[in-house]
Design a protein around this ligand. Structure first.
Ligand code: ATP
Ligand code: MG
Length: 216
């Protein structure tokens, strides 16, 4: 099994808040070259996700910015203003004060890379569209009716989530918790819950796995 402590030796090619990185040619490659072939790496716009089949947690390291090619085909680097893993962890700690915390994939601070970029560990969950791997849960008529009433309340957050996920959330956590969760999302402007950012646990309970959004 890949030892996540190895990630603490990584040099992530840039840090936040500086623009000295125009010479770096390919940030992702530079990081992935430092990882063994046995681990799977997945990424979206804001972070590396390091997945080892044998580990029930995944590791997350934020991208520090974005590489792009200018008109002269030179590679340029624009640092992000936001450290998305810091932001993820800050919100997670806030959510700990509420009854909504079980909706968030369990997340812990693990340390930093050799050049001080945060590393998070997160419970491994199942992508929204891979739900066939979970045991199907039976949703009660009561939860389906509560879904309809919640829909009538017009919170902006709930509208992003697919009906089966929300109905399952009502079934698992109760409508008050789901309402509080949407309230928390609205209050913190969390508005990027596309299907790549939500999922399920093995027991069928719905959860979110990425709540940091993208706000450059
Ligand atoms: N806890 C997890 N368990 C299993 N897979 C995960 C987990 N977290 C992330 N992944 C996988 O990695 C992908 C990218 O992760 P994440 O959404 O956290 O990164 P991102 O860079 O913010 O993505 P995007 O910008 O596309 O939203 C997810 O869509 C999912 O497939
Ligand atoms: Mg994401």
């Amino acid at each position: 099994m890949f030892d996540f402590n190895e990630l603490k030796k990584l040099i992530v090619p840039a840090q936040f808040g500086s623009d000295e990185y125009n010479e770096v040619t390919d940030s992702m490659q530079t990081v992935f070259e430092q990882l063994p072939l046995s681990v799977q790496t997945v990424w979206g716009a804001t972070q590396f996700v390091i997945i080892d089949g044998a580990n029930d947690k995944v590791a997350k390291i934020p991208f520090t910015g974005e590489f792009w090619e200018d008109d002269n085909e030179a590679i340029r680097f624009t640092p992000y203003r936001i450290n998305y893993c810091d932001f993820t962890y800050k919100l997670y700690r806030q959510a700990l004060d509420y009854d909504i915390i079980d909706i968030f994939a369990e997340t812990e601070y693990f340390g930093t890379t050799a050049n001080d970029v945060i590393i998070l560990l997160q419970e491994k969950v199942i992508d929204y569209y891979d739900r066939k791997d979970c045991s199907p849960s039976t949703i009660s008529e009561d939860s389906k009716n509560k879904y309809k009433s919640l829909k009538g309340e017009r919170s902006s957050a709930w509208q992003m989530f697919p009906e089966d996920w929300v109905t399952a959330a009502i079934e698992w956590y109760g409508i008050d918790v789901v309402r509080n969760f949407f309230w928390f999302c609205d209050n913190n402007c969390l508005d990027d819950f596309h299907t790549g950012n939500i999922g399920w646990r093995k027991d069928g309970s719905p959860c979110v796995l990425d709540w940091a959004g993208f706000n450059e």
